[in-house]
Design a protein around this ligand. Structure first.
Ligand SMILES: Nc1ncnc2c1ncn2[C@@H]1O[C@H](COP(=O)(O)OP(=O)(O)OP(=O)(O)O)[C@@H](O)[C@H]1O
Ligand SMILES: [Zn+2]
Length: 463
């Protein structure tokens, strides 16, 4: 047994070494690519997907025609377009940010685009994730986005990865790319991507969007890899330099909880593509969002660029003596799951839990009280008839009143939320303060309104 464990350990060590070597190889390949693209600018004969037809300088006729509107820009020109055509960009997340980013990168002719997403298209995505079509509901998002951008540009190579990017597969997937776009929505993946980009020496263009606000910045920038001036060694901050400790799990809002206006991620994702193009063509770091963050609020259309903390010489990941030398367990580090939908709490004893079916029977009793702990806008959107709204964020401040209501009520007091997690948290808060004889009145509806819609009322909206 010991021998087997020892062998497994050795195999794991060898596997890790292999990934590191593959990574080194890819870095070498990347610099080779850069040199080749420099040769192309000097009149070599092949570019853009290996198309070798009639050449005009470094680009074939079709590419000159197709990309002429951007080639005309002094900042891009033929050399810039050649670089764009040989660049390979990895987009992580094919949601609100990933869709517009992929669209513009494909349109501008980025030669290789990888798209990672494990999830499937849902009808709630389509108001903002405009690469996904109604007929693709249920299809994997990476596949759906890949299909859509292939129809925008058939000259480029698009690779969908239908997986969750995590510590075990990230280095391998990223090693095939020159830069990474963070188009995800959760803290564990943000830290993963930052550490990944430090280890793999890739710049990371990070976007976020919630409600009416969007943010954009570039992490892990290295001038030695991305500008013409190979003598300078300026390096921008990584995500950990700016946010050394993860936010508390409750502080990270999600679009499914707080909502988002479609054009916000639409704009930020588009600007992520813009920063990617600027990086590819070798724009100076002073003109990129390195060590700076764009913050946009469409409520009053204000847009500002704020200075971020610079690279931390003691950073655990990107300092010269890092303590993080391989990818770690980011869900443990952030104390939250990367897949919000998979969070399923079990924090109440069975006596305090009932199914939607059991509630539908209890509901007939006049003495049953239903307390919906979602926020006000969710409650206004849809709720079970007779429910009273008491948002989870106010439970602490309204504790006295809630305790009184439970004690005065003769029947059951049932807590409900969207999926059945917040309702358990609220119920638990009350249980810790209630006198023993009232505790069995408290019930949590297992699976929340999703279970209600699935098992009892098919007409109830699922969101
Ligand atoms: N580690 C990961 N690997 C692959 N894809 C990821 C990872 N983390 C997040 N994503 C994907 O990033 C995308 C983020 O999209 P977005 O922020 O628009 O939210 P959503 O999950 O699509 O929608 P909603 O929050 O409204 O349900 C999602 O499609 C999600 O599946
Ligand atoms: Zn750092």
């Amino acid at each position: 047994m010991d021998q087997i464990l020892q062998l497994e350990k050795e195999i794991e060590g060898l596997r890790q070494k292999l990934i590191e070597k593959e990574n080194e190889l890819q870095t070498l390949k990347r610099s080779l690519n850069l040199n080749q693209s420099a040769e192309l600018q000097n009149g070599a004969s092949e570019t853009c997907n290996g198309n070798q037809k009639v050449m005009y300088g470094a680009l074939p006729k079709w590419a000159i025609e197709r990309y002429s509107r951007q080639i005309l820009l002094r900042e891009i020109g033929v050399p810039g377009q050649s670089k764009i055509c040989s660049a390979r960009v990895l987009i992580v997340g094919a949601g609100g940010l990933g869709c517009p980013a992929a669209m513009y990168l494909a349109g501008s002719g980025v030669g290789g685009i990888g798209i990672v997403d494990y999830d499937v298209v849902e009808i709630t995505n389509i108001h903002r994730q405009l690469l996904h079509k109604e007929e693709n509901v249920g299809m994997n998002k990476a596949e759906s986005a890949a299909q859509a951008i292939r129809s925008i540009n058939s000259q480029i190579k698009v690779t969908p990865y239908k997986v969750q990017l995590g510590s075990s597969n990230a280095l391998q997937i990223a090693s095939k790319y020159d830069l990474v776009l963070d188009c995800t929505d959760n803290a564990p993946t943000r830290y993963l991507l930052s550490d990944l980009c430090v280890l793999a020496k890739l710049p990371l263009i990070s976007g976020s969007a919630l409600k009416l606000e969007g943010q954009l910045t570039v992490y892990c920038y290295r001038s030695d890899l991305h500008s013409e001036d190979k003598n300078s060694t300026y390096r921008g901050p990584c995500y950990r330099c700016v946010f050394a400790t993860p936010p508390s799990p409750d502080a990270m809002g999600s679009c499914s909880q707080h909502g988002v206006a479609g054009p916000v991620p639409g704009t930020i994702g588009t600007l992520q593509a813009m920063e990617a193009i600027k990086l590819i063509i070798g724009h100076p770091s002073t003109n990129l969002l390195v060590g700076r963050m764009l913050i946009m609020d469409v409520d009053d259309m204000s847009c500002k660029v704020v200075k971020l903390r610079q690279r931390n010489p003691m950073c655990a990941a990107c300092s010269d003596t890092p303590t993080i030398t391989r990818l770690v367990d980011y869900e443990a580090f952030c104390k939250t799951l990367a897949k919000e939908k998979e969070l399923e709490l079990h924090i109440l004893p069975p006596i305090n839990r009932i199914t939607a079916k059991e509630f539908s029977i209890l509901q007939k009793e006049k003495t049953t009280l239903l307390i919906d702990v979602r926020n006000e806008s969710e409650f206004d959107m849809c709720h079970i008839e007779g429910a009273q709204n008491s948002p989870i964020d106010n439970v602490e401040s309204k504790m006295e009143e809630l305790l009184r209501r439970v004690q005065d009520n003769k029947g059951a007091v049932v807590f409900v939320c969207r999926r059945g997690n917040d309702s358990q948290i609220a119920a638990k808060m009350l249980l810790s303060k209630l006198p023993e004889e009232h505790k069995s009145k408290i019930k949590d509806m297992i699976g929340g309104l999703h279970a209600w819609a699935q098992d009892i009322d098919k007409t109830f909206p699922v969101y």
